[in-house]
Design a protein around this ligand. Structure first.
Ligand code: NAD
Length: 470
């Protein structure tokens, strides 16, 4: 596995200020596969200064020229599909097939969407006797998690570049190699030095330094609610902009008229993908009491085809979790669920392999809304099946957590599903298995976050307005 022992700052690979390193471990083999520099506040400062120096030039670059660089970035990422997929599989443990299609494929689609948006977006509008200019916010600090390592970087950097901002990225410590490939692609795409910088490091050191840096104008963070809360408070104290993409506990609501077999099958796939490490996963399946047993049986049958195994196996559908700590956390939740009265109908806490941080795909039945597993984000391959008595009950349960990131509704009639979705307190709802749309706004209600990513809404996060009166 290729790794840089330097950091991408000001358009070149520079040695870190300090001697610290981070070991990158393959979660399927538990072997150290690389070491990357553990950046410090000094490195963050150098990167922010490079981004600040590059800002006036990039902000003044015509949108069409910014679009051309984004198209080049899209192409540079597309050309590296296999290398990205292999790297994500090595450091995250996601099945190679998923790594190719989603971890490598989605960022190409998102970069492409911003290449188009940069060229077509109206950065100026007329309101009465005013002209409103939409100008870049400035230097962006982007702090990203490990679960979709490249997507989360591109979902911040691409709109920031389209807007005319410059960026310092601090990727998650578990998946820095994917971020280094991204930096190589940035370089190859011909972005001017300093427009994008990547500082590897641990969250409490490099992440904190970036979030608190006084010359960063906007902090865009994706990760846990606990850290997001702290970053929001720091940004609030400094009166600077902040975007937070946090956790979720989304509901998959199967209304009585739905095609139950399909809804359960798609619902199980949604939770098991990426070993359940998806913030928008529909981890609570809500089924009417009359069809509950049928749904549990269907979920058990569906989950049987998700056997945790070697992510390099072309047939593998579930790999390990990213780290030993994450595995222990997930096993702890399964135990807690059983202790609070849930019924284990598939999987459990036993490890399926001696080596690797695997968790057996698990289904918990008889979960009730107040249980810990129904309230807290598990972030592993664990599906909770809950029962409801009527539609009002289903709505109360669906909306009954502090989160509101995503969800799904299934009904025989699309308009019935839409009527229910309108009453859900959440940022995204898939109707009868609707497809992912890279242009649709993605983000949370309630404690799932502040702000939106993707498409024109994602671009707007990186703009500020100035009105000229005539
Ligand atoms: P995390 O919050 O621990 O880490 C996320 C990032 O923040 C990492 O880069 C980390 O180094 C950094 N960080 C950690 N402490 C920091 C601090 N004090 N100051 C600044 N930066 C700091 O989260 P994680 O464990 O990496 O990711 C899992 C969580 O992320 C889950 O809760 C998941 O739901 C959430 N998530 C949300 C979305 C979304 O779009 N809403 C997407 C992916 C993940």
């Amino acid at each position: 596995m290729k790794a840089h022992d330097t950091m991408y700052i000001g358009g070149e690979w520079r040695p870190a200020a300090g001697p610290g390193t981070i070991a990158v471990v393959n979660p399927a083999t538990e072997q150290v596969i690389a070491e990357v520099p553990a950046g410090t506040a000094e490195d963050v400062d150098a990167a922010v200064r490079a981004a600040r120096a590059a800002f006036p030039g990039w902000a003044a670059t015509p949108p069409a020229a910014r679009a051309a660089r984004l198209a080049a970035l899209r192409d540079a990422l597309a050309a590296r599909t296999e290398e990205i997929a292999e790297t994500v599989t090595a450091e995250l443990g996601s099945p190679l097939k998923l790594s190719r299609a989603v971890h490598a494929g989605t960022p190409v689609r998102v970069a492409a969407s911003y290449a188009e948006l940069a060229a077509s977006y109206a950065f100026e509008e007329r309101i009465g006797n005013s002209t409103v200019l939409l100008e870049p916010v400035g230097v962006v600090g982007a702090i990203t998690p490990w679960n979709y390592p490249l997507h989360q970087i591109v979902a911040k950097v691409a709109p920031a570049l389209a807007a005319g901002c410059t960026v310092v990225v601090k990727p998650a410590e578990d998946t820095p190699l994917t971020a280094q490939i991204f930096a190589e692609a940035v370089h190859e795409a011909g972005l001017p030095p300093g427009v994008v910088n990547v500082v590897t490091g641990v969250g409490t050191v490099a992440g904190q330094a970036l979030a608190a840096h006084e010359d960063v104008d906007l902090v865009s963070f994706t990760g846990s609610t606990a850290v997001g809360r702290r970053i929001g408070a720091t940004a609030g104290g400094a009166v600077k902009r902040v975007a937070l993409e946090l956790g979720g506990k989304s509901a998959n609501v199967i209304l009585p008229s739905a095609d139950l077999a399909k809804a359960v099958k798609v619902g199980v796939a949604n939770v098991m993908t990426n070993s359940g490490q998806t913030c928008s996963a529909w981890t609570r399946m809500l089924v009417h009491t009359d069809r509950y047993d049928e749904a549990v049986e269907a979920a058990v049958a569906a989950v049987a085809s998700y056997r945790a195994g070697d992510p390099h196996d072309e047939l593998c559908r579930v790999g390990p979790l990213v780290s030993a700590a994450q595995r222990e956390r997930v096993r702890g939740y399964i135990e807690r669920g059983l202790a609070e009265g849930a019924r284990l109908v598939a999987g459990g806490t036993e490890t399926p392999h001696d080596t690797g941080w695997f968790v057996t795909p698990t289904v918990l039945a008889d979960v009730t809304p107040e249980m810990t597993v129904a309230q807290e984000e598990i972030f592993g391959p664990v599906l909770c099946v809950l029962r409801y008595e009527d539609e009002e009950d289903a709505l109360r349960i669906a909306n009954g957590t502090v989160y509101g990131l995503a969800g799904a509704v299934w009904a025989g009639d699309e308009s019935e599903a839409v009527a229910f979705a309108r009453r859900m307190e959440t940022g995204q709802v898939d109707i009868n298995g609707g497809r992912f749309n890279p242009l649709a706004p993605f983000g949370g209600y309630k404690q799932s976050g502040v702000g939106r990513e993707l498409g024109p809404h994602g671009l707007a996060e990186y703009l500020q307005t100035k009105s000229l009166q005539f």
